[in-house]
Write a protein that binds this ligand. Structure first.
Ligand code: HEM
Length: 401
């Protein structure tokens, strides 16, 4: 499914991974590239708020899981592929199936002699989905090549990820090294798949869990609305440039990621040498899972009120999300940590801030905050099992056109 590990996330540590990671960090996920897509995010969040405003005027209950998922999808597809999802491609279903299969418990991994039997039918599904993905990418790349030939790409204000990667095709990834890797079409497709699957579910899951916690804790919701009101005022939406001024919002997101880490066991790691950790011998090449979910709920680490949603625990600002503080690792740590943390956090904070600033939210038909369902759906990512529904009331003074 990952083109013979030609992407980043499932590729073994070594020179190839290092070059791909460097390329993605410098060309796709660097601060200037993230900044270049700010107008795109602004436009999509604007459309999102307008559609919620309509629902508010009609007194509708909104499926927030679905809506937020749609917003993140649109932002991701436009940034990576240069187009929104349309009916021609069932991108959403395809990516969901890919993520499910990547995180599925496969008996063959643990009892290798059963592997060829494919008892759960997972290998068959993987082969099928990798074919679908490949056809889809071929079509999108083909369209980009057409546009590039016609010279139109030069006139665009920013290049999407496909444009950037195609501009590097047939070139060496590491010109000065002995073993040279050349960027080919397969590498482009593998990287695109990583970018889409990395971005797709993560930000939406984080937004939905945070909103759920805010609805369960009206005190925190009120405090956050007060911060937004005092920093932004009541006559406009939140802009990305406002985010550094929103200290309480940042604490709320940290607290939510502590209790609901999007990737509860991170991505599986592998030990590179024999090591002993607190008396346990871990042989070289063991598969290592880091249970961030358990660390986030460990009273020895977080004190007695560990199960409580209490953003104020971060008030002294000593614990950050960059992987330096091992008690909070929602983006992992070290060289395999998430290369897109800034991008992910910007999307999460911007969408959340606007949801909370532009609307008051009521739970449907008499549901009490404490009765909100908190069941988790386990996979590579840990999403909310049951969709979140709530009823918006528009609260800004201005009338968005
Ligand atoms: C709130 C949003 C996000 C969260 C919580 C998140 C979380 C993570 C985590 C936990 C890992 C594994 C770290 C480890 O195992 O040590 C990871 C890796 C990765 N993420 Fe993210 N991520 C987010 C957004 C994104 C976005 C937007 C992209 C792409 C545009 C992305 C692309 C990747 C890639 C490619 C890797 C693999 C890195 C490698 O193996 O070197 N992530 N992410």
């Amino acid at each position: 499914m990952s083109y013979g590990t030609k992407g980043m996330a499932f590729t073994e540590y070594g020179p190839y991974w290092r070059h791909i990671r460097k390329l993605c960090t410098l060309q796709l996920l660097c601060p200037s590239k993230i900044e270049a897509f700010a107008p795109l995010r602004r436009e999509e969040v604007g459309l999102f708020v307008r559609s919620l405003k309509k629902a508010a005027a009609a007194g509708e209950v909104v499926d927030l899981s679905e809506k937020v998922g749609g917003l993140v999808e649109d932002i991701t597809y436009r940034m990576v592929l240069g187009r929104k999802n349309d009916d021609m491609f069932n991108l959403k279903g395809t990516v969901e199936e890919t993520l499910f299969l990547a995180g599925a418990f496969n008996i063959g991994d643990y009892v290798p002699f059963l592997s060829p039997l494919d008892l759960q039918g997972l290998a068959k599904r993987m082969k099928r989905i990798s074919k679908t993905i490949d056809q889809l990418f071929e079509k999108i790349i083909g369209e980009h090549e057409q546009v590039s030939k016609s010279g139109q790409v030069q006139g665009r204000s920013h290049k999407d990820f496909v444009d950037v990667l195609l501009s590097l095709i047939h070139q060496p990834l590491n010109p000065n090294n002995e073993q040279v890797y050349i960027m080919e079409r397969t590498n482009v497709k593998a990287i695109l798949l990583d970018m889409i699957s990395g971005a797709f579910d993560t930000s939406a899951t984080a937004i939905v869990w945070t909103l759920t916690e805010l609805l369960r804790h009206p005190r925190v919701m009120k405090h956050l609305q007060e911060e937004l009101q005092s920093v932004i005022g009541m006559d406009r939406m939140v802009e990305e440039s406002d985010l550094p001024k929103l200290g309480y919002l940042s604490m709320v997101v940290k607290e939510s990621l502590r209790l609901h880490p999007v990737a509860p066991l991170l991505i599986p790691h592998e030990s590179m040498e024999d090591i002993t950790v607190e008396g346990f011998d871990v042989p070289k090449k063991s598969r290592i899972f880091i249970n961030t979910w358990a660390i986030g709920r460990d009273p020895k680490v977080w004190s007695e009120n560990v199960e409580e949603f209490f953003p104020e625990r971060f008030i002294d600002g000593n614990i950050d999300l960059r992987g330096h503080d091992f008690q909070l690792l929602p983006f992992g740590s070290g060289r395999r940590g998430c290369p897109a943390m800034q991008l992910g956090l910007t999307t999460v904070r911007l969408a959340l801030a606007n949801l909370v600033h532009c609307f008051n939210w009521d739970l449907p038909s008499g549901l009490k905050p404490k009765d909100l369902d908190m069941t988790e759906k386990f996979g590579l990512s840990l999403s909310k099992a049951i969709h979140l529904f709530a009823m918006p009331t528009y609260r800004l003074c201005n009338q968005l056109s």
